[in-house]
Design a protein around this ligand. Structure first.
Ligand code: FES
Length: 81
């Protein structure tokens, strides 16, 4: 029988070829594919979209999703995150 800790370790080393992550410079993390997204209490966050944009700047009004606010915060040519 596999314990929870061992299972977590196995999950961390597995990659799903159907899931793609794209880090947008100064913007969101794009997630393409089916993922099991959870909030900080472990509750599922459901999206019907195949591609979602997760806010990385912390300023979105619709967290965890990006609402484009990051574009207003960093002037063009500013340092990359
Ligand atoms: S990354 Fe787009 S609003 Fe935060």
């Amino acid at each position: 029988m596999t314990g929870s800790r061992e299972r977590d370790r196995e999950d961390a080393t597995m990659t799903d070829p159907e899931v793609q992550l794209v880090v947008c410079p100064d913007g969101p993390l794009l997630v393409r594919g089916a993922i099991d997204l959870r909030d900080d209490e472990g509750n599922p966050i459901v999206s019907r979209r195949r591609t979602v944009a997760l806010c990385r700047c912390g300023n979105s009004a619709i967290k965890p999703w990006c609402d484009g606010t990051h574009k207003l915060l960093r002037p063009h040519g500013g340092p990359a995150s």
